[in-house]
Design a protein around this ligand. Structure first.
Ligand SMILES: [Zn+2]
Length: 370
């Protein structure tokens, strides 16, 4: 006989064959729990509830983490695609810029073929060995702000008189005074609007061609920089006066240069002016003066409206301002007195005294407004 057959296992009712059930389950509904048992049951229920809550919290936390991860992945994908398209665009722009700059270089080379030796190692935008820096519409060559017919100033550039230049001027006038001479500022800082009026008034009366001879166009006057002064008189009567000679001899000691020297008209683009001085600092002023150069030569730049990105033809200028191109009066005799350049046959005869020296004729009824 198998001994296992004899073993007593409880059946489904919890009863063991052959024995009375230990617990009468039907009877349990009537069973009254003792307070201890009730407390015990409550404790168990409490524990179950706590476990459930903890499980719920874990589930929420896990879901949240998963959601966050998914979100991060989405953001990452978007960023990557944005960056890729941005990079592609930038590369395209760079490629375009390279093409246009090589075009520009070529143009530049064609233009200044003979004067400047070609040097492909120069950084972009620089002129020969001169460092060119553009900032807010201003052009600095070797750290010097250049304002002439090629390099203009923005309409809203209004720095007022430069304090360092003014201080240097005051020091210079004191020294001149000690030598028995009186120097004063006839014209210093000039705003864009003031220059516009000066140019416009002249152009309206005498036409753009004549106006270009005696006045800078608005935005192209060095006076808008606040770095230059017209000393004493702004006409040729100042030439060869004791004050003019003193100024030419000493202004560099105070950081100034005679901005439009005699014989440099083809570089400066302006007639000789004995009274217009520009502040560049003592070291540079003395260097320029001792070398006998004008600022354009010193910096290796041009001064021509046709070279300027903001420049325009005289015809276009007349149309834009609504003024005549040519002198409506047909040019009376004193118009030749302020003409300069090789287009005038008389100018070669005048060149013995520089061609730009006023010889004391009191009929002169205009000033230069460069
Ligand atoms: Zn001036």
């Amino acid at each position: 006989m198998n001994e296992f057959e004899n073993r007593d296992y409880p059946n489904e009712d919890g009863a063991v064959d052959g024995l009375e059930p230990i617990i009468d389950y039907e009877d349990l509904s009537h069973y009254e729990l003792t307070p201890e048992e009730k407390a015990y049951e409550e404790m168990i229920r409490q524990r179950i509830r706590e476990r459930r809550r903890a499980a719920e919290r874990r589930r929420v936390k896990r879901n949240r983490t998963v959601a966050l991860l998914i979100l991060m992945v989405i953001v990452l994908i978007i960023c990557r695609s944005c960056y890729a398209s941005h990079r592609k665009k930038r590369d395209e722009e760079k490629a375009n810029a390279k093409v246009s700059s090589t075009d520009k270089d070529k143009e530049k080379k064609d233009k200044a073929d003979s004067e400047t030796p070609s040097d492909d190692s120069e950084p972009e935008g620089d002129i020969g060995s001169h460092k060119v820096r553009q900032a807010d519409g201003l052009t600095y060559v070797d750290g010097i702000l250049i304002v002439n017919k090629t390099y203009s100033l923005p309409e809203d550039y209004a720095p007022g008189i430069n304090t360092a230049a003014k201080a240097a001027f005051d020091e210079m006038t004191a020294a001149a005074f000690n030598d028995g001479l009186y120097l004063y500022i006839n014209s210093g800082y000039r705003s864009y609007d003031e220059q516009y009026s000066l140019y416009y008034n002249y152009a309206a009366e005498r036409g753009v061609i004549e106006a270009d001879k005696v006045s800078s166009r608005p935005g192209f006057s060095e006076h808008q920089s606040g770095l230059c002064f017209d000393v004493n008189s702004t006409d040729f009567s100042f030439n060869n006066t004791a004050e003019a000679r003193w100024l030419a001899a000493h202004c560099a000691e105070y950081g100034f240069i005679i901005r439009y020297p005699k014989g440099k008209e083809e570089y400066t683009g302006y007639e000789y002016e004995s009274w217009h001085i520009r502040f560049v600092g003592t070291e540079i002023a003395q260097d320029i003066t001792s070398k006998g150069l004008c600022l354009e030569e010193y910096l290796g730049v041009t001064s021509k409206y046709e070279d300027s990105p903001a420049g325009m033809s005289q015809q276009r200028m007349a149309e834009m301002m609504g003024v005549p191109l040519e002198d409506p009066s047909g040019g009376d005799e004193d118009s030749s007195s302020y003409q300069y350049g090789s287009d005038d046959a008389d100018s070669s005869e005048d060149s013995a005294d520089g061609g730009y020296n006023w010889d004391g004729d009191t009929d002169q009824d205009y000033n230069n407004y460069y």
